[in-house]
Design a protein around this ligand. Structure first.
Ligand code: FES
Length: 112
């Protein structure tokens, strides 16, 4: 386990979100209004599909596939009575970089 830089610290602001990559893994950063920066796996836990196209209103991340909402602070599902939640990653700001720990990282395959 090691922290990896995924973006500059100014890539996200309070109330915002961003999708980034750490090797082959996708990471969604959420910074809830009045809360703390959080990192989660960039795939929806409902059907294990990428969260590309998800929207964040500063409190709830809404998946575009079936419109389930997830709390940006806890990652818990906020729209259905299920235990499903976003998978959290440790996150920190080091200097001018945001770093996450997603576990072992496999490098991207070079395109041919
Ligand atoms: S895949 Fe995200 S809500 Fe169904």
């Amino acid at each position: 386990m090691a922290f990896t830089s995924i973006c500059p610290s100014n890539a996200i602001s309070e109330g915002g979100m961003g999708l980034f990559r750490a090797g082959k893994k996708s990471v969604v950063l959420l910074w809830p209004q009045g809360g703390e920066l959080a990192a989660f796996r960039g795939r929806c836990p409902h059907a294990d599909v990428p969260l590309d196209g998800a929207i964040f209103n500063g409190r709830i991340l809404t998946c575009p596939h079936h419109n389930w909402g997830f709390d940006g602070t806890t990652g818990k599902c906020a729209t259905h009575l299920v235990a499903t939640k976003l998978h959290p990653y440790p996150v920190r700001v080091e200097g001018d970089e945001i770093q996450v720990d997603v576990g072992p990282i496999k490098p991207e395959r070079p395109s041919v």
